[in-house]
Design a protein around this ligand. Sequence first.
Ligand SMILES: Nc1ncnc2c1ncn2[C@@H]1O[C@H](COP(=O)(O)OP(=O)(O)O)[C@@H](O)[C@H]1O
Ligand SMILES: [Mg+2]
Length: 255
Amino acid sequence: MPEIVLQGVTKRFGTTVAVDGLTARICNREFFVVVGPTGCGKTTLLRLLAGLIHPDQGEIRFDGVSVRGMSPRERGVRMVFQGQDYALYPHLEVYHPERWSNLSFPLRLQGERTRRIQERVQRVVQRLGIQPAWFPRKPRELSEGEKQKVALGRATVLSPKVFLLDEPLAHLDPPARAKAREEIRRLHAELGTTTVYVTHDLAEAFILGDRVAVMCAGKFLQVGSPTELQDHPADAFVAEFVRSYREGLRQAFGV
Ligand SMILES: Nc1ncnc2c1ncn2[C@@H]1O[C@H](COP(=O)(O)OP(=O)(O)O)[C@@H](O)[C@H]1O
Ligand SMILES: [Mg+2]
């Protein structure tokens, strides 16, 4: 929901400058994709937006208000984490209305009653096609696609204002990935969130993004629509990135 503004945001780890003086504006309800090679600072940027870590310099504003010192919950932010386990709770089942479980966790943490938990979970279960047969399972007893749906479900039971996704499809096979992309796009529209989606895959960025930011060494080299990036790359890095994407398409489909 909110418009997000980054003003000169810098984050260092020792001598590494992970995010380097980043200035950008992400529009209300935009699907904003950040794409760049491993180590360029994408995850750090999402963690800064979530409020899990804090900038050394610069400011982040949601709808014109600084979020400095605000917790992820106060910011209305939910994040789907990178990696094979999506940071699901390994020892908890997918869902149980009266116990701490992966899908009920954020609601119980808020002190919601069982009835309300059931209503909210029912909605995400329907929205995402989560099967009741998975409810008693632990995350390790789910396939990649199933885990990914549960992670999306857990992140959206509280209808976030800002939805952050860190390479959520990297572990899915190509057909499942295409389907999951559609679901994420639909979820974004239904929730009316401002979504920041991180990937190292330019094809994915072009399919999903209203606008795409090409990131390299902690900086945005260019921010624009997929068409703008392809037709008018701002520098040699972006041009090469787009060229290798086109080359990939040519090899795969002969176009
Ligand atoms: N907690 C940390 N401690 C030290 N260095 C870190 C930490 N997190 C990230 N980095 C470094 O910051 C840079 C950016 O990392 P990251 O944001 O994870 O990149 P990406 O998600 O694009 O792969 C890398 O050089 C990484 O090694
Ligand atoms: Mg990362």
